[in-house]
Every structure is written in C-alpha cells, then in structure tokens.
Design a protein around this ligand. Structure first.
Ligand SMILES: [Ca+2]
Length: 340
C-alpha cells in the first residue's frame, strides 16, 4: 500500500513539474528575462534614440525558438571534418550553378568588381556558399532567433544581444518591418547573410534608390559583399591561397594542435626556431610570392591537407571565422572561374 502511494506521488509531482516547465518554456521568454529586456530597452532609447513604444512592441512580440538553440550547437564548422564540410559546399552542381549565375549576372558583377577591386567569382562564391546563389535566405523569423540567442543562450548572449540591438535599430532606421524579416537561425540576413551590425555598418545602396536591399537588389547585394571585404583589408589583385607540400618531419609539429586552423607562417617558424624567411626549409618545391603575410592553412591531418594562405584568405575569414568556410569560398571561386 505504502509503495503504491509513493509511486502515485512521484507521478503526481512529475506531471506537475512537467506541466509547469512546459508552460514556462513556451510562454515566458519575457517573464524570464524582464531585467535584461529592460536593460536593452534603455540602451535603445537612450543611446540610439529609438522610440520606446517601438521597442516595447518588439519585445512583446518575441517568441522563444527552441530550434535555434539546437541548431546553434550543431554548426557544421564545429562538428564536421574538412572532408565532410567540403562535400557539402563544393559539389559539381554548386560549381555548375555558380558558372551559370556568373554568366547571367556578368554585367552587374563586373561593374561592382571594377569599383571595389574584388573579383566577381569571389562575390559569386560567397553567395553560393551562403545561400545557394541567393535562393535560400532562411525561413526563421529574425527577431525571434536573435532574441532567443540573446536572452536564452548564456554562452553567446553578449554577441547576440549586440546583434539584437543592431537589428532593432536597423529596422527602425531603414523602415523595415521586423515582423516580416526572415533569415538564418543565427540572424543572418539576405542573399549575403549579413548580421545586423554588418548590415548597418557595411551594406551599400549601390543603385541609389534610397534602400539597402540585401534580399532582392543585385547591385546592393554584390557591392555590400565587396564593401565588406574591402573594409576588412582586401588586397586588389592579391593572391588567396596556393597548394604546397610540407616536408614530412614538420607535418606532425604542424598538426599537433588539431585541424581547422590558420597559422601565421612567421609565428610557426619562430616556434621551431627558424628565421622568418626560411619557409623553404619546411616546404617541398616552395615558390615565393610577393605576398608579405603568409599563413599555413591546416585542413586535415588525416589526409595531409594543407595550403598556404595570404592576406585575402584572412579577409575571407572575417566573413566567417572558420578555416573550412574560407577555404570553401576560395576553392569554389577558383572552380567557377576555371569553368567560365
Ligand atoms: Ca538600393
């Protein structure tokens, strides 16, 4: 008798707890985060001079998106090997589509290329990796994804709070309807997947129609990518990467700390007590270029995959700080330009 009662009690407590947690998880992102929402509102009103009611209505509207938290922990850059990652982004289909896209939009691409000094195939490759050439710009309501990450993802809260603030300012300044803006789970927007801070700071109204439209306007889309790269140090006519072979005895030292890294050549040589112009000592058949800054790009220790990167490779990494990502953009751009 006693035993049965105990069991029932456990079931009873369990169901009460379950019901409570189901309610608090679904309905109370606002209640759980009252203090933080107040802080963000104050920043928006005092520093950015945004109308308080506008901000309040946004926070009233936000809904927690659990899927966003789940996707955040599964980002391909963090969980896949180079071989797996590359297979996703560099397929024959994506290369062919890139070539077609390049040819179709040749005129606008070349106008932007000549203004910014960023090759058209680089712009196309970014679009290919980010959104399959503008076709997949994301289906998650941005205000919800950013609010969820800012308020409910402790590890990245600081970064996403900043982006949420920029997003609200962006919609206010540009007259965009926050209820109708959709993007990636991390709040990236439009064909080039700009985060709100970059959208505000670096996107361009290239066709001068008074709007910076990264969803529909190709002039704005291409020039914004190019402007982003130039602002981060893109070198006109600079190299991006070259193929190298590392001498066997240095491979192990190089990959000691794991794959998916970009290591400064100067730092690496110093760490093994070599002079900074002794790169030829660790490579087989090394041809020097005029590039000042060089990086060893470590892709896969298992398959001995490494490249030599230059300044522009590091600039591509400013778009997404993943070695794999930057190498995919670089290789895709090369394959597109070879196929023209
Ligand atoms: Ca425009």
């Amino acid at each position: 008798m006693k035993k049965v009662n105990f069991k029932l009690l456990v079931i009873f407590i369990y169901s009460i707890t379950f019901i409570n947690s189901a309610f608090s998880n679904e309905d109370s992102i606002q209640t759980r985060n009252q203090k933080k929402i107040k802080e963000i509102t104050l920043i928006l009103v005092n520093e950015y001079k945004i109308d308080e009611n506008y901000v309040k209505n946004i926070f009233k509207s936000i809904k927690m998106n659990k899927k966003v938290l789940k996707l955040m922990s599964k980002a391909a850059e963090r969980t896949k090997t180079w071989e797996q990652y590359r297979k996703i982004f560099i397929t024959d289909a994506r290369v062919d589509e890139g070539i077609k896209y390049y040819k179709k939009n040749f005129k606008i691409l070349k106008i932007v290329e000549s203004k910014y000094g960023v090759p058209a195939e680089i712009i196309v490759a970014f679009l290919g990796v980010e959104t399959k050439y503008g076709k997949r710009t994301g289906k998650i309501k941005i205000v919800d994804s950013l609010a969820t990450l800012a308020l409910e993802h402790p590890r990245r809260s600081k970064f996403f709070t900043k982006e949420l603030i920029h997003f609200i300012v962006l919609t206010y300044e540009e007259g965009l309807d926050y209820k109708k803006l959709y993007g990636s789970y991390a709040g990236a927007m439009g064909a080039p997947q700009f985060m709100p801070s970059s959208y505000r700071k670096l996107s361009v109204d290239f066709n001068n129609d008074g709007k910076r439209d990264l969803w529909n306007n190709k002039y704005d889309i291409y020039s914004s990518i190019a402007n982003y790269l130039v602002a981060n140090g893109w070198r006109k006519n600079g190299n991006i990467f070259s193929d190298i072979v590392v001498k066997k005895e240095f491979e192990e030292i190089l990959f000691k700390k794991g794959d998916s890294r970009t290591v400064s050549v100067d730092k690496f040589l110093k760490s093994i007590n070599f002079h900074k112009d002794q790169l030829d000592k660790i490579l087989v058949n090394y041809n020097d270029t005029k590039e000042k800054k060089k990086y060893l790009i470590l892709l896969s220790s298992k398959n001995k995959k490494y490249k030599l990167g230059y300044t522009n490779f590091r600039v591509i990494m400013r778009y997404n700080p993943s070695t794999y990502y930057a190498m995919c953009v670089s290789q895709l751009s090369r394959k597109i330009s070879e196929g023209l």
